[in-house]
Unconditional design. Structure first.
Length: 157
């Protein structure tokens, strides 16, 4: 959390939702990394939809989805934690990336044969709207980031 260095200046408190988003993104990144580790370190088949699936095939399906997701969520969590200027866009990007990756054609084919990838993207839209509103339009969050920008411009941070 960032505090101003100049005594007597007012600085809005860090919105609790930003801290919650930071922890959520960190957990999300850690889960993706843990899943990647188990794909390489484990042995035997992995059940997908109740059917044993060769580990190599699951790796082939999941690695293109999990690596970008782990990087995006980990970077966004770090940016929010450090109150970086790019924290809000990075967080929005991580959520934006989740929709297409969750409906990644190979993964969709294996887990939901005949499923509609467009439906997954449509379900993601309200989440994107909510996250975008919170990060960029919610008054206390916008005020917090404006204060950070001003404090950096004035050399107080």
């Amino acid at each position: 959390m960032t505090e101003p260095e100049t005594p007597g200046t007012t600085f809005p408190p860090r919105p609790p939702g930003l801290t919650l988003l930071t922890w959520l993104l960190g957990f999300w990144s850690g889960a993706a990394l843990l899943t990647l580790a188990t794909l390489w370190l484990g042995e035997g088949d992995i059940p997908v939809n109740g059917e044993p699936t060769p580990r190599a095939l699951v790796r082939e399906m999941l690695v293109p989805m999990l690596v970008p997701m782990a990087l995006a969520t980990g970077g966004a969590a770090a940016a929010l934690w450090l109150d970086s200027q790019w924290g809000r866009p990075a967080t929005f990007f991580a959520f934006l990336l989740a929709g297409p990756l969750a409906t990644f054609p190979r993964w969709q084919e294996a887990t939901n044969p005949g499923g509609a990838p467009l439906l997954g993207l449509l379900v993601t839209a309200p989440v994107l709207l909510a996250v975008g509103w919170y990060l960029f339009a919610k008054p206390n969050v916008a005020a917090y980031f404006r204060a950070l920008t001003e404090a950096r411009r004035e050399g107080r941070l």
